[in-house]
Write a protein that binds this ligand. Structure first.
Ligand code: ZN
Length: 383
């Protein structure tokens, strides 16, 4: 049964709002003029939506504004990403989603019970290997460089392993320690490299075998490269390469560098390619709920933007205790709307020797903080 909110002439913004409310209320919602249509405090904002904040009493308008419009006022960084750091509002709560539930309560709508789902660790594989998967010229060149520079540990790893970034063992261990934890891996296989794309090539046997091995235990999807945005068919090419390796359709992706994350045009392109989820809804610079949602944000029928509320680089300089506390707070906020907390990180950080990367940042505290948090949430899994 569809819940109808009263409006004589609903437009596109009403359709977008109905989709958001439908997600929060767990039912189908539309605007229209049926006899049982509900009054909802229409201020007229949805008839001509803009970056201007709607009045507080028009909850439906405010929800759409917070979800789709608010971030447009933020200054952008060098990758044209809006900077959450300059936000004048708190990002610590999924406020658009909370407001959607509030409106549901005001209208007497029976909503789904609030669950406390287990967290999901989101892993970007920017560099599957430090040394392998780039062809023999690159391997030989790297070997000679390390030999002449006297980097003996790298020479030894190149000859005998283990590859310093290949972190499969770590994830298998984490999965054993936390059997209810969710995992989602995103693999970068840039077919034509942009300025910020490194990592392995899709055609190498070692790469194919490693990703197939990963897929045996975990969900693997595509991490579309920075360069893929810049040429026609770029997304399609990389998705096809991964599909060929995994031998199944790829339905999820997360943009490398979060480039064009949350942009309507990019989302439309992904949806048109048959994807069902984009996991890029996140600020690169700060933790929090970018669109005001902890649950997936429906974009069009069959395609959603999935929020990731925090990632490793947001916590540089913090102690493990501070990191764990921050993750507990974000998890409580996600649970306030019955959503799981999704936490992003990078594959190489969990490999045997992440410092093999040039100018590597130290993510030691992040590892400890993440583990501390997971250990402390474990008792909740029994509730
Ligand atoms: Zn990346």
């Amino acid at each position: 049964m569809t819940t109808v909110l009263k409006h004589s002439n609903p437009g596109l913004a009403h359709g977008d709002t109905a989709r958001l409310l439908g997600q929060a209320w767990g039912r189908s919602v539309s605007f229209g003029q049926s006899p049982d249509a509900l009054e909802w405090g229409d201020s007229g904002w949805l008839d001509s939506p803009s970056i201007e904040e709607p009045q507080a009493e028009d909850h439906a308008a405010w929800i759409l504004w917070r979800t789709n419009f608010w971030e447009q006022i933020l200054p952008k960084d060098e990758h044209l990403r809006p900077m959450g750091l300059s936000a004048k509002r708190s990002l610590a709560l999924p406020e658009a989603e909370l407001r959607a539930r509030e409106l549901g309560r005001l209208l007497g709508i029976e909503m789904p019970a609030l669950l406390r789902p287990d967290p999901i660790v989101v892993v970007d594989i920017d560099h599957l290997f430090a040394y392998r998967g780039r062809g023999w010229i690159s391997a030989a060149g790297g070997f000679l460089r390390d030999l002449f520079m006297g980097v003996w540990i790298a020479v030894k790893e190149r000859l005998m392993g283990p590859d310093p970034f290949f972190s499969m063992t770590y994830w298998v261990g984490m999965q054993k320690r936390h059997p209810n934890l969710g995992f989602q891996f995103f693999a970068l296989l840039s077919s034509r490299r942009g300025q910020y794309d490194r990592g392995v090539g899709a055609k190498y046997k070692s790469v194919k075998e490693a990703l197939r091995q990963l897929q045996m235990r975990f969900e693997v999807a595509s991490h579309l490269s920075y360069g893929s945005h810049d040429h026609p068919g770029g997304f399609r090419e990389e998705l096809a390469n991964l599909e060929q390796i995994l031998d199944r359709p790829v339905l999820r992706q997360r943009f490398h560098f979060l480039r064009n994350a949350g942009q309507r045009e990019a989302a439309k392109r992904l949806s048109d390619l048959g994807l069902t989820e984009d996991w890029s809804l996140e600020f690169a610079d700060v933790p929090g709920f970018r669109a005001g949602w902890a649950s997936a944000v429906p974009f069009d029928d069959g395609f959603s933007l999935v929020p990731v509320a925090a990632m490793d680089q947001n916590f540089l300089g913090k102690s493990p205790r501070e990191i764990a506390d921050n993750l507990h707070e974000l998890q409580a906020a996600a649970w306030s709307v019955g959503a799981p907390l999704r936490v992003g990180t990078h594959w190489r950080i969990f490999g045997p020797r992440p410092a093999a990367e040039r100018n590597a940042k130290n993510f030691g505290n992040w590892l400890l903080g993440l583990e501390l948090w997971l250990a402390e949430c474990a008792p909740n899994e029994l509730l």
